[in-house]
Design a protein around this ligand. Structure first.
Ligand SMILES: *Cc1c(COP(=O)(O)O)cnc(C)c1O
Length: 424
């Protein structure tokens, strides 16, 4: 079948030997997935998930038993008092913005102790001027740069906590930076440190791409709120839209009042028939995340064998599903993305081209052929066309598709003459 799909025997052989070297690593990933599968199953059984919960509601959505079951299941898996899980949350940025706006008031300050926040949050906060930003509402922002080795500068954090510091925004994943991703444990250390200085501060974690990578979530380590997108890990590839906020009852209530309206909160929000997808997606999320993780580790090992720098390195611990590879030239970046696109189940016949995306200084090239538009738990890759020509990629609903995508990308690099010879 690999030959049928355009993979040469040499790339098949190389992949086989790479895979052989990763057996122990894959077993570890599978053991975490097994644990998380049982965690989700337990939450579904405990909350007596039943067929009637899948019924569609429309209009106001009062007394939506299925929606309430979904939120209790999320709360149980994240070990939080409460959860807000809604298709009306349009994306990860919307979930994060909802949480930020819900918890701060004019005069308050938000602190990011782990360097810059995710690109789209810069406009939410008003670091880049934007209509309706928190800055317009009189909320200030401060950030502490990480130390040169990528670790948290605890001294700087201590100095940055002010009397009006209300909320700490901690981004777990590196996103499009080259800093390390933080483990829930490290995030927990940071939260304890900050709460000792100012106990009433709210610690919120941007958990995007981190869900189910390990057995614990940041909410197991003292986060007041964890926030993420359903078209990433927790949607399991089946959620067509949505976001979640899990946390203390006080925080989740405030977020619900912000999302709908003061006085309404969680009581409204029709499920529009999406609950089967949201429930089943959450059920599949641990194994889907494991597939994405295996794909990332495999890709790192493969590209290291071809002489490219990978971040994280293939042997490093992982706390999210993102893999970066330094490809070194525009040709290599385009070839990589062409390969990922050609491997997709949807839109495999198109060729990705760089384009000037709003909000970016350099042209960006993206590859994605997904069942859910823009879903990045499905195999996808992108990178800005600027040195050192890093490609960032993530996802893979199944390990076999992820593996094929990486093989296809290598084939493309060979075709483009970027890779001249495979290691023996
Ligand atoms: C994806 C992501 C977001 C939110 O992005 P959306 O595209 O709005 O879903 C926020 N933070 C991080 C770290 C992310 O990876």
């Amino acid at each position: 079948m690999y030959t049928t799909l355009g993979i040469s025997p040499e790339v098949v052989a190389l992949s086989g030997s790479i895979e052989d070297q990763l057996k122990a690593r894959f077993e570890e990933i599978d053991r975490n997935a097994e644990y998380n599968q049982l965690k989700v199953l337990h939450a579904m059984q405990k909350n007596r998930l039943q067929e009637s919960h899948f019924a569609a509601t429309t209009g106001y959505g009062y007394n939506d038993a299925g929606r309430e079951a979904l939120e209790r299941i999320y709360a149980d898996v994240f070990h939080t008092e409460s959860a807000l899980v809604r298709p009306q949350i349009t994306c990860g940025t919307h979930a994060l913005a909802t949480a930020l706006f819900a918890m701060v008031r004019p005069g308050d300050e938000i602190l990011s102790p782990v360097g810059p926040v995710y690109d789209t949050l810069q406009e939410v906060i008003g670091i880049r001027d934007s209509i309706g930003s928190l800055k317009e509402w009189g909320v200030s922002y401060r950030e502490c740069a990480l130390l040169a080795d990528g670790s948290i500068d605890y001294d700087a954090v201590r100095d940055a906590v002010r009397p009006n510091t209300r909320l700490i925004e901690i981004q777990r994943s590196k996103g499009y930076l080259t800093r390390p991703t933080f483990s829930p444990e490290e995030i927990g250390r940071l939260i304890r440190f900050i709460k000792e200085i100012k106990p009433d501060v709210i610690c919120m974690v941007d958990n995007c791409y981190g869900e189910f990578v390990l057995r614990e979530e940041p909410s197991d380590y003292g986060a007041d709120m964890v926030v993420g997108s359903l078209i990433k890990n927790p949607g399991g590839g089946l959620a067509p839209v949505g976001g979640y906020i899990c946390g203390t009852k006080e925080c989740v209530d405030a977020c619900a009042y912000r999302l709908s309206a003061p006085g309404l909160g969680q009581e409204v929000g029709a499920n529009l028939g999406l609950l089967p997808n949201l429930m089943e997606g959450f059920f599949l999320a641990p194994t889907v995340t494991a597939s994405a993780l295996k794909t990332a580790v495999f890709a790192a090992k493969m590209y290291e064998s071809l002489g490219f720098a990978c971040f994280p390195e293939s042997g490093a611990d992982r706390f999210d599903i993102i893999q970066a590879v330094t490809l070194g030239s525009p040709e290599a970046l385009k070839a990589f993305c062409t390969g990922i696109q050609a491997a997709a189940p949807v839109d495999s016949f198109v060729t990705p081209e760089p384009w000037a995306m709003p909000g970016y200084d350099d042209p960006v090239i993206m590859a994605a052929g997904a069942f859910v538009s823009g879903s990045s738990i499905e195999l996808s890759a992108d990178g800005p066309l600027r040195p050192p020509y890093n490609v960032y990629f993530q996802g893979g609903l199944t390990w076999f598709h992820g593996k094929f995508g990486i093989m296809r990308s290598v084939e493309e690099l060979l075709r483009a003459g970027v890779v001249k010879q495979l290691p023996v």
